[in-house]
Design a protein around this ligand. Structure first.
Ligand SMILES: [Zn+2]
Length: 128
């Protein structure tokens, strides 16, 4: 099944590439995270919260770094799905992922409802 036409695939290819570049930059400059948009405060708080109880800024940076590494994995997987035309379909239920969700989180492998399930099982580096 192929939910996205060629121009949309091209669009998301660019989104993925841009996000990947951002994350790589972030990892290079970890400790200087000012480039992250303020409204992307992490909601993937399971390990984040554990870590953050004791210390503050340093562990926040660590959590962001872990988050970035994880998201890079997701981006790589998303690119493969883009190549084999399964991008945009939820890995769990196979439904098309809402385009606005893909715009916000181009690497996300799950639709909103499956994401909610996964966030209960194990933290995903996804914010919404
Ligand atoms: Zn789903």
């Amino acid at each position: 099944m192929n939910t996205l036409d060629a121009s949309m695939r091209q669009h998301f290819h660019q989104q993925l590439a841009r996000r990947e570049a951002e994350l790589r930059l972030l990892l290079r400059n970890s400790g200087d995270l000012g480039s992250e948009a303020p409204d992307t405060a992490p909601r993937d708080v399971v390990d984040f919260k554990e870590l953050a109880t004791e210390q503050t800024q340093a562990t926040v940076d660590d959590a962001k770094t872990n988050h970035a590494v994880h998201e890079l994995d997701q981006l790589a997987a998303a690119r493969r799905r883009l190549d084999d035309h399964s991008y945009g379909l939820c890995l769990d239920c196979g439904d098309a992922i809402d385009l606005r969700r893909l715009e916000a989180l181009p690497a996300t492998p799950y639709c909103t409802s499956c994401q909610a399930v996964h966030e209960h099982e194990r933290p995903q580096a996804t914010r919404r």
